[in-house]
Design a protein around this ligand. Structure first.
Ligand SMILES: [Zn+2]
Length: 209
């Protein structure tokens, strides 16, 4: 298949802290960079997201005394997985991966910027009411279908895909351009959940330059 003018490549959170050696490393996370770079060299629209937290963000285990990373905690907006400190605004861990080549990106969307609310999704924060503005941006650009790539399959990719479908966008998940954290089988569940709402899976080689 070829990409159309109404397609947008969406590159989710390919940042140092999510790569091997980072604060919240996704296993094999750096494997997504090569296929993303190839797609980004010819995609008609490119959007990049960046997890971008203030220090002492509500999603950090360190913020809650006696709590450890990967535990869940009830926050005012719902259950929150607690994470190691990661992607703190202005830190080297929050920078886009140095190998990522997305010079044609029209938008770099920063999410998780509210101190008390997390945001896995690029569309809606974890309170499920605060909008990031991405849906409006994409519509104004004439985008109807997203080509979804990046990290991590079972969190930010999953929630971005579900919200994109709810907003009426078609979604293609590029399997070799995503990797997951996989907490107790969460990657498999995420793929099933996405399939149920009509997210289609393909390989980056299926997309012609
Ligand atoms: Zn985060």
């Amino acid at each position: 298949m070829r990409l159309l003018e109404s397609d947008a490549l969406v590159v989710v959170d390919v940042q140092n802290d999510f790569l091997p050696g980072g604060a919240l490393a996704v296993p094999d996370g750096d494997a997504v960079i090569a296929p993303i770079n190839r797609l980004a060299s010819h995609a008609p629209n490119v959007v990049v997201t960046q997890d971008w937290h203030p220090s002492a963000h509500a999603s950090f285990a360190s913020r809650h005394s006696g709590r450890m990373p990967f535990e869940t905690l009830a926050l005012p907006y719902g259950e929150q997985v607690l994470w190691p400190d990661h992607c703190v605004q202005g830190s080297s861990g929050a920078e886009l991966a140095p190998g990522l080549e997305v010079p044609r990106a029209g938008l770099i969307l920063r999410k998780g910027t509210h101190p008390e609310v997390d945001s896995y999704s690029a569309f809606l924060e974890a309170d499920r009411t605060t909008r990031t503005g991405l849906a409006g941006y994409l519509r104004e650009c004439g985008v109807t279908r997203l080509v979804l790539t990046g990290l991590a399959t079972d969190f930010c990719i999953l929630w971005t895909a579900l919200d994109a479908r709810a907003e009426g966008f078609a979604v293609l998940l590029v399997e070799d351009a995503v990797r997951g954290i996989d907490v107790d089988g969460s990657v498999g569940r995420a793929l099933e959940t996405m399939a149920k709402v009509g997210v289609q899976r393909l390989q980056s080689q299926d997309i012609e330059a």
